[in-house]
Design a protein around this ligand. Structure first.
Ligand code: NDP
Length: 447
């Protein structure tokens, strides 16, 4: 239920942003949490902070023309939504996926404001991408697309302005091509203009692993708060991209067994535990589908086409593929199967009905804003290293990441307690993330 004042703000968001359903969903979730804050802080409502936060500072949409290997010309659409820079330069990834449109980029950018705030680091919120589909494209086509994309984007970004990174469809290879083109156009080696770079040209240790490792650290804290641990737990991780792979790696190190993963074609169950070397070979090196994993693994590994991975019973669920991939019905199935904790590696993977089911069943639920913040936090550490021309060791960087995740977990719980909603990580994350941005905006005048 929305507080009356917030309901009218939400109506205006619906009116001003028609058809952008994912953006509406992301805004509603935050507004549902911050009602109690308005009671304590009337100054936020008086200065229309919430209305201002819901309106991006700047939205850029541009043409991306490129030529495929057969010489055919394609036109894609590029986006960068610079949502909020009260805490620092806009920071957030680029997504290349055919489903990308303004509503997706705005939902991701909006979430990013609060996530970045929660890290406690000096980064604002933004997000971008394109409706380009990298699947089935050759290396040279990917490079030409990235070069064309950056040929427009370069004028909008910079170490002190806006710092992109990867997301779905944008990994180390794409970041390399994007940075190469930026450097070529500007004739400046500005390492801090993009994060997720390779280690040989300004990248940071642990950035590749950070979102997945961070999510596993966050869930470890949630389990600890329930008096248990990953030890002996059956874990299901959806997706098989960057976040899913490194979540699987860290969960295993922490004593859990990941028994299933997926991609958009279906899921694989491997009761002995996912073989990470094989998964990395199939997905990261050869860029094939998960059924190939099951075929090569043999034994008991089974591929199930076109069904929801959430039908696999588990103790811990870690949705790490995409938005709205876990429905209310999936949540009921998970609860019936004995699931006690959910950590969102992806952004907004659980539908509102699913969150309600988890809440009512007493499942510990770590929302993406908090649980997957390790990625952007480590990006901010990459920016620090670039600015000081330094590079830290893997061990030091991982320790920093773990401390940041523990801190976010602790603040979510503490804030939820303070506002009378003990154990509610969604409320804790939204309120804590919101307050830091709102206070900075108040101090900066009418911006
Ligand atoms: P990748 O592109 O590396 O992997 C995405 C994975 O999710 C693939 O297995 C993909 O399968 C699957 N997937 C994507 N879309 C769909 C869909 N519509 N239905 C089913 N499966 C799908 O992306 P990341 O691992 O980087 O990102 C995953 C999630 O984590 C996203 O929500 C992203 O926003 C979030 N995130 C990522 C961060 C990062 O640092 N990379 C940081 C914080 C959040 P297929 O190959 O078949 O499409």
């Amino acid at each position: 239920m929305l507080h009356e004042k917030l309901a009218s703000i939400y109506d205006s968001v619906l009116r001003r942003n028609p058809g952008e359903t994912e953006f509406h969903q992301a805004v509603r979730e935050v507004l549902e949490s911050i009602g109690p804050v308005l009671g304590k802080h009337p100054e936020y409502a008086e200065s229309k902070i919430i209305e201002r936060i819901c309106e991006p500072e700047r939205q850029i949409i541009f043409r991306v023309p490129w030529e495929d290997d057969q010489g055919e010309v394609h036109i894609n659409r590029g986006f960068r939504v610079e949502f909020n820079s009260a805490l620092g330069p806009y920071k957030g990834g680029l997504r290349f996926h055919p489903s990308v449109y303004l509503g997706i980029v705005k939902f991701l950018g909006f979430e990013q404001i609060f996530k970045n705030s929660l890290t406690g680091l000096p980064i604002g919120g933004g997000k971008g991408g394109s409706d380009f589909d990298p699947k089935g494209r050759s290396q040279r086509e990917i490079m030409r697309f990235c070069q064309s994309f950056m040929t427009e984007l370069y004028r909008h970004i910079g170490e002190y302005t806006d710092v992109p990174a990867g997301d779905i469809g944008v990994g180390g290879r794409e970041v390399g091509y994007l940075f190469g083109q930026y450097k070529r156009i500007t004739n400046r080696y500005e390492s801090g203009v993009i994060t997720g770079k390779g280690l040989s040209y300004g990248g940071a240790q642990v950035r590749t692993e950070a979102t997945g490792y961070g999510c596993a650290f966050f869930v470890e804290e949630m389990l600890k708060a329930r008096g248990t641990s990953f030890d002996g737990k059956r874990v299901v991780v959806s997706g098989s991209g960057n976040v899913a792979i490194y979540t699987t790696e860290k969960v295993r190190q922490l004593g859990g067994t990941v028994i299933a993963c997926s991609d958009s074609s279906g899921y694989v169950v491997d009761e002995k535990g996912i073989d990470l070397d094989l998964l990395k070979q199939v997905k990261e090196v050869e860029r094939l589908r998960v059924d190939v994993y099951a075929k090569r693994r043999g034994g008991d590994a089974v591929f199930v086409a076109g069904r929801s991975i959430w039908e696999v019973p588990c103790d811990v669920a870690m949705p790490s593929a995409t938005q709205n991939e876990l429905t209310g019905r999936d949540a009921e199935t998970l609860v019936r199967g004995g699931c006690i904790a959910v950590g969102e590696g992806a952004n907004m993977p659980t539908m509102p009905e699913g969150i309600r089911v988890f809440r009512e069943a007493g499942v510990s639920f770590g929302p993406g804003k908090a649980a997957n913040a390790g990625g952007v936090a480590t990006s901010a550490l990459e920016m620090q290293q670039n600015a000081s021309r330094d590079s830290w060791t893997f061990e030091f960087s991982e320790r920093r990441l773990q401390e940041i995740m523990r801190d976010i977990h602790g603040r979510c719980l503490q804030t939820a307690d303070e506002y009378g909603m003990p154990g509610d990580y969604v409320a804790g994350a939204n309120i804590d993330g919101f307050k830091r941005v709102a206070d900075a905006m108040l101090s900066l005048g009418l911006i």
